[in-house]
Structures are given as structure tokens and as C-alpha cells.
Write a protein of this length. Structure first.
Length: 415
């Protein structure tokens, strides 16, 4: 008797000391856009992350989402955000040169990443803020600067060192804000899967572990939302920017063996897409030299020859010459090749992306789950330019002009 009384007193004390999470009863149509960098579409079946699978079962899973060319991080995130192809939003690569600004852009160049001059089009957070909603971004390329004079109400400077737990818990705290301050569009970003894919290749234990680690964060988010009574009331749009191809490092094309690099003004030595800005009048000479020696596992394109289907040609930041290897190959310069050789790394298998956007290895993830989405549906593949219109529709926003067509994704949503 005395024991059970003590127990009851203890329970009452606990109930007072740890107040239950307050339920949110006035939630408006909400989208949580989650990017899992480098999550290849087949990882879902291969590694069976339980929370992602749960959301997919409750909602819509695309067979895959087709990324845009080049299959790199910044161009594709910003395509998802704007519904524009990279040549129409201006982030044509992770690394690029603008002849008008006479300036270079790169992921690590904070002052350029945060300079509005690079970012064209209208990303979803700007559409939302302009139409009276609030947006919050725990990372997403483009959210660290004003675009069209507008930035998300809540945002963070990119810092890959911030733990995933902090990202999730901070986003959850935004939901505790009163209605007028609570964001209805939230973005999140996780890099673990991309990092592991690069370092250890897509079909490695490390990549599987990274997928399961990020999945735990999806679980943490779902738990937090459930405690607030809204896990079934918000919409999840879970995407990746591109997939990942396995690359035996022996599959290296040593490009500077084929032409005189002093004929170029600048070269972006990115393994999966080399950009060459020739010196005045030297484009032809470089083109012919490379063309005559380049192995079949790579192609050189003069700007005018870039395949139409890449939708990547008519922009001042796309250089006169580009070299694109096949998936599974990388382009290096001799210095880097010799370093890899001397360090005994040529037999390593690593991971790469940036290739042809129709390559199966580059296929991206799409899961849409929540009250706006159909339940238990598998969707035919669609392009990542379609996500913007979908999010606008869910949020009741008028979309800015873009390259998507709502008809292509309308069937994913409930009437
Ligand atoms: P990639 O070179 O295309 O594989 O780019 C992936 C890397 O982009 C990640 O490992 C991150 O370090 C980096 N990244 C992602 N988002 C941002 C951001 N907002 N600002 C700067 N770097 C970022
Ligand atoms: Zn990426
Ligand atoms: Zn990457």
C-alpha cells in the first residue's frame, strides 16, 4: 500500500516536473523539404532505412527522380528549389567563372556563395515569404543570401560541423513558435550519405551506415513531430540532388597529357566535369588536340555541341570547352594522378557524381508523404524541375515562372 502510494506521488511529481510537449492545434499546410545529399535512388531498397520506408509507404515514392546536368550539389539543390534548369537559374556548376563579374564561384567561397549576384530565379522560400508565409532553413544552398531582396525568416550559415541532432532539434523548436512566426516551409540538409559515397563508394558498408544514420534523424524528427501531434499533419518532401557512381581510381584520364594547358586562361579541374576557358583565339587548338587523343570513356564538347537534352548551354558561365567522362571514370591532371599513384591509391574504389543526368547511377530520391500526397503509391520517374510547382501547390502559393509543368506531378497529390 505504502509502496504504491510512493509510486503515485512519484508519477505526479514527474508529470509536474516534465510537462508533456504541447500539442500544436493550429498547423497550416506545411512542407518540410529534406535533402539527403548523394542518396542514390536504389539505396532505399538496398539499405532498407526504416523511417524513410515508413514515409514512402504512407505516401508516394518515385521509382526515381531524374537530376539535372551537371549532377552536382549546388546546381541540383537550386533546381529543386526553383523549378529551373541550371542554365536558367545561373548556378551552372559547383565551381564556375562569370566573365562579366570576372569572378569565380565555389562552395567554399563564402563571400561569393553569400553574394546575391549569382542566384537567379525565385526559390520556394522566396515565393513563400513574398506571399506572406514564413520559411526556415537549416541549410540549403541559396538560403544564406537575399534573393530578389528576400531571405528565409530563419536560416543558418552553412557549417558541416553542426550535428544532425542539432539540425533536427532546432527545426522542431521552430514548430513551437506561435502561428504567425511558425514557418510553413522548412528546409533541411544532410551530407553524410554523399561523404560516405565519395570516400568508400556507393555499395560500401560505410555508405549503408551513413544511410541508416541519417534515417535515425528522420526518426528523431518524426518523434518530435508526433509529440507535438503533427507528424501526420505536415508534408515531407524528401529528395536527393543526385546519385553516386563507383569509380576504381585506375579509371583516370590524364587530360593534361593531351593538350598544352598554357593555352587556357583557366581550367576547373573537377574530376567529373572539366571546364576550360581558353586564351583568346586558342579554343580551336585546344579542342583539336584533346579531340584527337581523348579515350572513348570521355567526350569533349565545344559549347555549341553540348547535347540539347542536357539543357545546359546558353549561359555566360558555361565555358567554351567542357570535357565529360562516362560514369565510372574521372579526369585528373598528371600531378594529381602521380600523387594518387605514389600514395598507392590507384586500386581504391571511390564514388563520384556530376555525369550525364540520364545515367542510372545518377538517379535521385523522391519521397512525398503527408496529407497532401496520395498514400501507398509508386510514381513513374520525373525530373527534379517538377518539385517546385508541387511544393507551391501544397502551400497554396502562386509559382513563379519555371521549367516544370504541374501536370507531370499532379497525380502524386490528393485531389
Ligand atoms: P559535391 O562536391 O557536389 O559532392 O558537394 C557536396 C558538399 O557540398 C557537401 O559535402 C557539403 O560540404 C557541401 N555543401 C552543402 N551545402 C552547402 C552550403 N550551403 N554551402 C557550402 N557548402 C555546402
Ligand atoms: Zn550532392
Ligand atoms: Zn558529392
Amino acid at each position: 500500500m505504502k509502496r504504491s502510494l510512493t509510486f503515485i506521488v512519484l508519477l505526479v511529481f514527474l508529470a509536474i516536473a516534465v510537462p508533456a510537449q504541447e500539442k500544436i492545434r493550429d498547423i497550416r499546410p506545411t512542407v518540410i523539404l529534406i535533402s539527403i545529399d548523394g542518396f542514390r535512388s536504389d539505396y532505399l531498397v538496398r539499405y532498407r532505412p526504416k523511417y524513410l520506408l515508413r514515409l514512402a509507404r504512407r505516401g508516394v515514392l518515385a521509382q526515381w527522380m531524374t537530376p539535372s546536368f551537371p549532377t552536382k550539389t549546388f546546381p541540383n539543390h537550386y533546381t529543386v528549389a526553383t523549378g529551373l534548369f541550371p542554365s536558367n537559374h545561373g548556378i551552372v556548376a559547383n565551381n564556375m567563372y562569370d566573365p562579366e563579374f570576372d569572378a569565380e564561384f565555389g562552395l567554399g567561397k563564402r563571400e561569393e556563395v553569400q553574394n546575391p549576384r549569382w542566384w537567379g530565379g525565385e526559390p520556394i522560400w522566396v515565393t513563400a515569404e513574398k506571399q506572406g508565409e514564413r520559411a526556415g532553413a537549416y541549410f540549403f544552398p541559396g538560403t544564406e543570401t537575399k534573393i530578389g531582396g528576400v531571405q528565409p525568416t530563419y536560416w543558418r550559415d552553412y557549417d558541416g560541423e553542426v550535428s544532425n541532432e542539432t539540425r533536427v532539434d532546432t527545426v522542431l523548436s521552430w514548430f513551437d513558435l506561435p502561428l504567425g512566426k511558425r514557418p510553413t516551409l522548412v528546409t533541411m540538409y544532410f551530407s553524410d550519405v554523399d561523404d560516405a559515397g565519395h570516400g568508400f563508394s556507393p555499395e560500401s558498408e560505410e555508405t549503408r551506415d551513413a544511410v541508416l544514420r541519417v534515417d535515425e534523424m528522420i526518426g528523431r524528427l518524426l518523434d518530435g513531430l508526433k509529440n507535438r501531434g503533427i507528424d501526420r499533419k505536415v508534408n515531407f518532401v524528401i529528395v536527393s540532388d543526385h546519385g553516386m557512381a563507383a569509380v576504381p581510381q585506375n579509371n583516370s584520364i590524364i587530360l593534361d597529357d593531351y593538350f598544352d594547358t598554357s593555352l587556357a586562361e583557366r581550367i576547373f579541374w573537377v574530376s567529373e566535369l572539366v571546364q576550360i576557358w581558353p586564351k583568346q583565339g586558342k579554343a580551336d587548338e585546344i579542342y583539336k588536340a584533346i579531340r584527337s587523343k581523348l579515350p572513348k570513356s570521355a567526350k569533349i564538347f565545344a559549347k555549341s555541341e553540348i547535347p540539347e537534352r542536357f539543357k545546359w548551354r546558353d549561359h555566360k558561365r558555361i565555358p567554351p570547352l567542357v570535357v565529360v567522362p562516362d560514369p565510372g571514370w574521372i579526369i585528373v591532371n598528371r600531378e594529381r594522378f602521380e600523387k594518387m599513384r605514389d600514395e598507392g591509391r590507384l586500386n581504391d574504389v571511390r564514388g563520384s557524381h556530376g555525369y550525364d543526368n540520364l545515367a542510372p547511377e545518377m538517379r535521385a530520391l523522391f519521397i512525398g508523404s503527408g496529407p497532401a500526397f496520395k498514400s501507398g503509391a509508386i510514381a513513374a520517374p520525373f525530373r527534379n524541375v517538377e518539385v517546385y510547382n508541387m511544393m507551391c501547390h501544397i502551400l497554396g502559393l502562386t509559382p513563379a515562372p519555371n521549367d516544370g509543368d504541374f501536370k507531370n506531378v499532379e497525380m502524386l497529390l490528393k485531389k
